[in-house]
Write a protein that binds this ligand. Structure first.
Ligand code: 4AZ
Length: 325
């Protein structure tokens, strides 16, 4: 596991500045702002095992959530807005009619000591991608989870950004994953289940397709997947990490580049982790999730998509009507 620190630890200075600024704002404006403006996406505010990972710091990844089934950790997910979490569709395989078994835990770090500032909410409904087929590793492994009550943002509960159309994730881009999944195949994360993090470079898709080659016409790596990790093995996502974020920092904001989806085993040689590529599904998410924030290379947020012809990755078609929100 990489020991290098992420620059999010520099957020303390920003926090102090915000407090000073807030003291200068009349109270009426302050309370209005607290109701209407969501915090900026992808910017942790606080402080400063996955397989082969290391402990994260408290509130280092404030958008990661634990999706619980019957009260125990089942999958991870990422917070997009006060109402929406994004995760892997396969996390709900066979359970779309039994959502009352599930809950979402936000603001946790040590899963066994979530603390008084963690929040737990139920799930109102789950929208798997219309192209998701419930088959193993079939692509479009992404689902949107509508929470049954809006959550409160805090320094430990913040939204992640979606990549805008300016974002590319070429091979060797350094991204991070985090999760409470197994630390080896069959070995659960030990007490107190501290959120693990791991730096993973993006792997060239052609190389990954060859590694997972099943024969012509049976592509394992579809163009809405991306691979990340290490060909030598040893470091990877594993069981229980599914649904969690692959996070890439661009111009100071953390973007959701992918969703932990599958892989053959965990941390095995030539079997890197496979992720649902958010660049391929951004517009679907954007259509469903009102208020999701986009960031990229263009300064000022880049909310306007570039012309389709300039996109490196074709977005996946999904010609189904959306359900009412
Ligand atoms: C899982 O079953 C899982 N090595 C997640 C990630 C990987 C394998 C399995 C990638 O949740």
């Amino acid at each position: 596991m990489e020991l290098s620190r992420t620059p999010s630890g520099l957020g303390g200075g920003r926090g102090t500045l915000s407090v000073l600024l807030l003291l200068l704002v009349p109270t009426a404006t302050l309370s209005a702002a607290a109701i209407s403006a969501p915090p900026e996406c992808g910017r942790p505010q606080q402080l400063s095992r996955v397989v082969g990972g290391q402990d994260s710091r408290d509130a280092e990844w404030p958008w990661i959530v634990s999706i619980r089934k019957n009260g125990t950790h089942h999958c991870a997910g990422s917070l997009l807005t006060r109402h929406w979490v994004v995760t892997a569709a396969h996390c709900f395989k066979g359970y779309l009619d039994e959502l009352s078994l599930f809950s979402v835990l936000l603001g946790a770090w040590e899963l066994e000591n979530p603390g008084p500032r963690a929040q737990q909410v139920g799930i109102a409904w789950v929208l798997p991608h219309p192209r998701y087929s419930w088959k193993e590793a079939a692509g479009a492994d992404i689902a949107l989870v509508r929470l049954d009550a809006p959550i409160q943002f805090s320094e430990r509960v913040l939204p992640i950004c979606l990549p805008d159309a300016s974002v590319r994730l070429p091979p060797h881009t350094q991204c991070w994953i985090a999760g409470w999944g197994s630390i080896r195949d069959g070995v659960p994360l030990p007490h107190p289940q501290t959120l693990q993090k791991l730096r993973v470079p993006i792997i060239d898709s052609e190389i990954c397709s060859l590694l997972y080659w099943r024969g012509a016409g049976q592509e394992a790596i579809t163009n809405d997947m991306l691979c990340a990790g290490y060909l030598e093995g040893q470091r990877d996502a594993c069981l229980g990490d599914s649904g969690g974020p692959l996070m890439c920092q661009i111009e100071g904001s953390w973007l959701l580049g992918g969703i932990i989806s599958w892989g053959e085993g965990c941390a095995e040689r030539n079997r890197p982790g496979v992720y649902t590529n958010l660049l391929a599904h951004r517009s679907w998410v954007q259509r469903v999730v009102q208020g999701v924030q986009l960031r990229g290379r263009s300064r000022g947020g880049g909310q306007t998509p570039s012309p389709a012809g300039r996109r490196g990755i074709r977005e996946t078609p999904d010609h189904l009507p959306l359900p009412p929100l």
